[in-house]
Write a protein that binds this ligand. Structure first.
Ligand code: ATP
Ligand code: MG
Length: 433
């Protein structure tokens, strides 16, 4: 049973975002007259957020955001700054993507709400997890899983090019993430080395869903030019309607080429020349690139989207045969607080569930907290703690381990993936309306 001792307190849920417990109306004199029972970490934190001068000042100046203590800046993008922070109760590290609401026009707002809804619907070891969204009058904060190993672009620039094994391990994880996104009808549209983050253990985390879109069907035609020009597929440069999955596949081909060779396949000093280069599919794979990898690159970087490899074909390619995909074929469903409250727990592992429940209880969260937060879902601090704890429990069970590359292919299941090679990608190009 969750937090029995705090259930009475939590029935009086009210006021601000931070007042999850009800002790804020007890003054110092009352405390002397009626000594409080020992407070849970949650009660202490919510009390400090309402009463402690230093904590309130930190909230006002942005050194604290919701339940998070903010530290230095770790990155910046077109619309955002990304800061390092940690959760005041669980102490887990997070990345806070900070957006200034006053700078967002209606188009940027639309992109942002897509970014949030795409991330909310995904749960995969190779996709950055969105824990919570915190909103203040002037800012919006996306609280994200922290990837402490930098981005793939910086890594390639530092190491010139990556070893064949590192490329295999990294690309297999990107592939696993993209297969999962496409299965959930989400097209990323901005895959590039800068948006592929790494953890300190070399696990890939695909990030930045700012240009992502949810399609209802794989044959949905899209018409917005998105992404970074060196990673853009020929159909995007031709300003045609395009299908989502092949555009992500093309960008993965560019990432693969960049990883393996340390150079970009399409380079030009003007946009016009780059456009021509991409449309003509004019690139050369250096002869020293291993044959199986060359074949994969050439299967992906094909101008007609219908002839380009599909994700399943990539998974079955010779180059990736020695890679064990521990999670690619079984995907957890996105989890919500409901999973803890319902008797039908869907895909959640019982052991994980018990661990999360026990920690929530230790911190002072009651069943009522979970129920009351459910409707606010991603904008609730309870969801934030829940998702952090869930992620921590899953990581502890190995979800963040990069795949293993075997010297030889031993698993017959892997051999079974060879059959993917025969698959023909059936996508069609849609003509401009
Ligand atoms: P862009 O200009 O690419 O559109 P953006 O405003 O959408 O940028 P992001 O790409 O999401 O922002 O983040 C900018 C940078 O912040 C990243 O390149 C990365 O260095 C850092 N960053 C983002 N998310 C995380 C994270 N979860 N963990 C660690 N660093 C991160
Ligand atoms: Mg980015």
């Amino acid at each position: 049973m969750l937090g029995r001792q705090y259930q009475v307190a939590s029935t009086r849920l009210h006021h601000s975002l931070y007042s999850l417990s009800d002790n804020s109306d007890v003054g110092p004199e009352d405390e002397e007259a009626y000594p409080l029972p020992s407070l849970s970490p949650l009660q202490k934190l919510t009390r400090d957020m309402c009463k402690d001068d230093k904590t309130i000042k930190d909230l006002v100046v942005g050194r604290r955001v919701g339940f998070y203590k903010v530290r230095g800046e770790i990155g910046s993008g077109t619309f955002s700054r990304v800061k390092f922070a940690f959760h005041a109760l669980t102490k887990d590290k997070v990345a806070l993507k900070v957006l200034d609401k006053t700078r967002l026009d209606s188009h940027a707002q639309r992109l942002l709400s897509r970014e949030i809804s795409s991330m909310e619907s995904l749960s995969h070891p190779n996709v950055v997890c969105l824990y919570e969204v915190v909103e203040t009058p002037s800012r919006l904060y996306l609280v994200l899983e922290y990837a402490g190993g930098g981005d793939l672009h910086s890594r390639i620039c530092t190491e010139t090019k990556l070893s064949d094994i590192t490329c295999k391990i990294t690309f297999a994880q990107i592939l696993s993430a993209v297969k999962y996104m496409h299965k959930h009808n989400i097209i990323h549209r901005d895959l590039k080395a800068e948006n592929i983050l790494l953890t300190s253990t070399g696990c890939v985390k695909v990030a930045d869903f700012g240009f992502s879109t949810q399609i209802s069907d794989r044959s949905d035609a899209l018409d917005t030019f998105c992404g970074s020009p060196p990673y853009a597929a020929p159909e995007l440069f031709r300003e045609e309607c395009y299908l989502g999955p092949p555009v992500d596949v093309w960008a993965m081909g560019v990432v693969l080429f960049f990883m393996v060779t340390g150079t970009m396949p399409f380079r030009a000093d003007t946009m016009g020349k780059l456009r021509r280069c991409v449309i003509e599919c004019a690139y050369t794979v250096p002869p020293w690139v291993p044959g199986p990898c060359q074949r994969l690159i050439k299967g992906i970087l094909k101008a007609p989207p219908g002839e380009r490899y599909a994700v399943d074909q990539m998974m079955g390619c010779d180059w990736l045969l020695p890679v064990e995909f521990p999670w690619s074929l079984v995907h957890p469903e996105p989890s919500s607080l409901r999973s803890l409250l319902d008797s039908d727990r869907g895909s959640m592992d019982e052991e994980v569930e018990e661990e999360v429940k026990a920690t929530l209880e230790e911190l002072g969260f009651s069943v009522e907290h979970l129920h009351n937060s459910e409707t606010k879902h991603i904008r609730s601090p309870v969801t934030g703690v829940y998702r952090i704890l869930l992620h921590r429990a899953q990581t502890r069970r190995g979800s963040d381990c990069p795949p293993v590359v075997r010297g030889m292919v031993r698993d017959p299941r892997r051999e079974g993936l060879r059959s993917y090679r025969g698959l023909k990608h059936t996508s069609k190009l849609c003509l401009l309306s």
